[in-house]
Design a protein around this ligand. Structure first.
Ligand code: RIB
Ligand code: CA
Length: 314
């Protein structure tokens, strides 16, 4: 499966990048970075650094948007993702990120239009720009996956809004209106896609992957934040990893088709809305929402992919 990955690494974005790179069924065609968890400067360096660690600098890193379409000043989250976005890890000061121009994204899509899918696990501004700049091409992309929203559960940035949809609800609306088919993995599923400290340690003890040390370091950092907001979890949610898992495991995930919209106005900015009444209007657009999944299958898959060397899960 060829994917173009939009991300704002960010801890769980980093784990998603690692999962995609290690997954034998995923071919990462490029990473488009953006502001969000951290600045676009840091997220771009982090993406390039993760590729470098695995000797995969052949994958282009494309720098995307630095702020939302609204122009409203953005908030970064060093208290959650660390000073530069990789928890306690800071790329070496002399590390140079090799950055490709935005235009390359269109070349990648054009050359692979029959089988490329887009996965966006960050604020969706860069992807909305793409739909604005090359609508005829972008509307040809068969599937778009978005990590975002929160259906029938609270948000994580406000009482109603999840961070990616809240960060740029105008951008999210553009994508919901323009994309051929959108699959959404919201907080109601991703909040339950937990990696515990024990699992991080298990991976450390059993893998030879280039990310062996990084996995427990970043996940334990993330877990320390979640200790405060969700006491007792003893771990942290793999929001962005789940979106990639979903891409390959839709048949194992309970999904509903609903028209989705996102509130743009202050007060309920970023709220994701869909009709969950027993009797609802037949959806007009191709929007699909992940609602439930098999946790054991998810976490075993995550561990197996991170073992990377073909090591067997005990
Ligand atoms: O709200 C969850 C999203 O924000 C994820 O994409 C994750 O990166 C987080 O920080
Ligand atoms: Ca993210």
């Amino acid at each position: 499966m060829k994917i173009l990955l939009f991300a704002d690494p960010g801890i769980d974005d980093s784990l998603a990048i690692i999962y995609a790179l290690l997954h034998p069924e995923i071919e990462v065609m490029g990473i488009v970075t953006g502001y969000g968890n951290v600045s676009v400067f840091d997220s771009t360096r982090n993406a390039a650094y993760l590729l470098d660690l695995a000797g995969r600098s052949d994958i282009p890193v494309i720098r995307g948007a630095s702020q939302p379409l609204s122009g409203i000043p953005t908030t970064f989250y060093p208290e959650i993702h660390g000073p530069q976005g990789l928890g306690p890890i800071v790329p070496p000061a002399d590390f140079q990120a090799d950055v490709s121009p935005f235009e390359l994204m269109f070349e990648i899509i054009e050359e692979n239009i029959d089988d490329i899918v887009i996965v966006d696990v960050g604020r969706q501004t860069s992807l909305a720009f793409a739909f604005n700049l090359r609508p005829e091409l972008m509307e040809e992309v068969k599937e778009v996956y978005l990590m975002g929203g929160a259906f029938m559960v609270p948000g994580n940035v406000t009482d109603v809004a999840e961070a990616n949809f809240w960060g740029d609800p105008i951008a999210t609306s553009v994508i919901l209106n323009k994309a051929q088919k959108v699959y959404i993995t919201p907080l109601n599923v991703t909040n339950r896609a937990i990696i515990t400290r024990d699992i991080a340690t298990y991976i450390f003890n059993h893998t030879n992957s280039p990310y062996k040390k990084l996995i427990p370091e970043v996940t334990n950092y993330y877990a320390t934040f979640y200790d405060q907001v969700m006491p007792g979890l003893d771990g942290s949610p793999l929001h962005d990893v789940f979106t990639l898992y979903y891409l390959l495991n839709k048949d194992r995930t309970y999904t509903v088709k609903r028209d989705v919209r996102v509130a743009i106005v202050d007060g309920n900015r970023g709220q994701s809305i869909a009709d969950f009444r027993m009797v609802y209007k037949e959806p007009e657009r191709e929007h699909y929402i992940a609602m439930d999944f098999n946790y054991n299958h998810f976490i075993e898959d995550f561990i197996r992919i991170n073992l990377a060397d073909g090591g067997e899960l005990a």
